[in-house]
Design a protein around this ligand. Structure first.
Ligand code: AMP
Ligand code: GLY
Length: 422
């Protein structure tokens, strides 16, 4: 089988390595992939947002199955374009990807179907938003409606900050049209849990839970990033919480999307907060999380391509999807200065003996050698029987990967370890 994977980060590298485990797979194309992914797939320089280019490539190259991983092409209708051209795909169609593409949509969905989430109001008029924010209890949370590279959320500690955020989004065009509408919502407190779930609109199969580390520096200091590391499972996601999530959030979300005529097929990501009133949805993503995927898929025991095809063919309920009960930890190595200004183009050395456990997020090939080419450069994942061993293993791998200006958090997994001791 010839496969195509749309995207080019650490998440896509993880998906590709896992797909390669299936002996039926003869070739994988990554669009656009990256210099590190090139060791495991044929990278083709077509941007993930170039929907027509992707469809034409798939048709011209006899692709048997495609996986669309990032949010942008999903929201832009990449799955619609491929499926309409007769190519079976993993991922939601655009009318379902809107669950991530519009926060106003997702909040209205949750309100209409009684799915627990922060209380909110949405606005397309700036003055009304400013008036509301001036009276809102603090801190208050301001969110741009559309996709904003994970940066469209401001937790305002003062009314002045709230007004500034609204003006930046709605007038300053800080996030382009993503900020034309805003959601202002109640600030929630509690540990955060990420749960990815396979769903074909009939069955809902949650994967192992995980914990992201979004801030750039140790002890959750510094700016928000795309994620500096992850562990799985997440200790806050107890059996009792998992059962409640299934009953109160996962199944109701699937049913709500069906009822709206927007059946979601693919991987649905639930960003949850475990508040004192129970689990609530912070956000939905229409795709695998990054870097959650780098700890969740290594624990998947069932063949990934088999699960994906079952989702596409509406027979997920026939399948027994199993996960290992071990622990995993992923440490991201980034370029110093990320998520702001950083240099790239430094030689990147990933020793042969750790290559299987390293997922490349940002690298290119220049003059025949691998060089850094992004803020997040690689993710290093270890799987072990215990969380302490997984953490130790991930740092051992990370310490072997070399490039100038590398930095990483040194406390990935520390909060999870402390939670087990609580
Ligand atoms: P999002 O882009 O929606 O995932 O938001 C980014 C981060 O902002 C989340 O991971 C939370 O840590 C935080 N956040 C978002 N919404 C809320 C909320 N209502 N209350 C508290 N924190 C929030
Ligand atoms: N790690 C969070 C995300 O993928 O959006």
């Amino acid at each position: 089988m010839k496969l195509l994977v749309v995207g080019g980060g650490g998440r896509e590298h993880t998906i590709i390595k896992k797909l390669k485990e299936n002996p039926e797979v003869t070739e994988i194309f990554a669009l656009p992939g990256n210099g590190g992914i090139a060791a495991d797939a044929t990278c083709v320089d077509i941007a993930a947002s170039d929907i027509d280019g992707i469809r034409d490539f798939a048709k011209d190259n006899g692709i048997d199955y495609a996986v669309v991983a990032p949010d942008d092409p999903l929201v832009l209708g990449c799955v619609d374009a491929l499926e309409d051209a007769g190519i079976p795909c993993f991922g939601p169609r655009a009318n379902a990807a809107i669950i991530e593409g519009s926060k106003v949509f997702s909040k209205e969905l949750m309100k209409k179907y009684g799915i627990p989430t922060a209380r909110y109001e949405s606005f397309d008029d700036m003055n009304a938003a400013l008036d509301y924010a001036s009276e809102a209890p603090l801190p208050t949370v301001i969110k741009a409606d559309g996709l904003a590279l994970g940066k469209g959320v401001i937790i305002a500690q003062t009314h002045e900050e709230a007004r500034q955020a609204i003006t930046d989004m709605m007038q300053g065009g800080k996030f382009g049209h993503s900020g034309d509408r805003v959601v202002i919502e109640e600030f929630l407190e509690g540990p955060e849990v990420s749960v990815l779930a396979f769903t074909d609109g009939k069955a809902m199969v949650p994967m192992i839970s995980s914990m992201d580390h979004k801030r750039a520096h140790d002890h959750d200091e510094g700016l928000n990033t795309g994620g500096m590391g992850t562990v799985a499972p997440n200790p806050y996601y107890t059996k009792e919480i998992a059962d409640r999530c299934m009953r109160e959030i996962f199944i109701p979300t699937m049913n709500a999307m069906n009822a709206e005529g927007r059946t979601f097929k693919g991987c649905l990501y639930f960003g949850l907060m475990i508040t004192k009133d129970g689990p609530k949805v912070i956000e939905y993503n229409c795709r695998f999380g990054d870097p959650e995927t780098q700890v969740v898929l290594p624990l998947l025991e069932t063949d990934l391509l088999t699960v994906m095809r079952a989702v596409t063919e509406d027979r997920l309920s026939d399948l027994d999807v199993s996960f290992s009960d071990r622990h995993s930890c992923c440490v991201i190595l980034a370029s110093e200065g990320y998520p702001e200004h950083y240099e790239k183009g430094f030689p990147l050395d990933i020793p042969e003996d750790v290559r299987d456990s390293v997922y490349v997020a940002g690298a290119a090939i220049k003059d025949g050698r691998l060089v850094t080419n992004g803020g997040r450069v690689v993710g290093c994942t270890a799987v072990a029987d215990t969380l302490p061993d997984a953490i130790k293993g991930a740092y051992e791998i990370a310490d072997k990967v070399r490039f100038e200006n590398r930095y990483c958090r040194r406390d990935i997994g520390a909060r999870a370890l402390a939670a087990y001791k609580e």
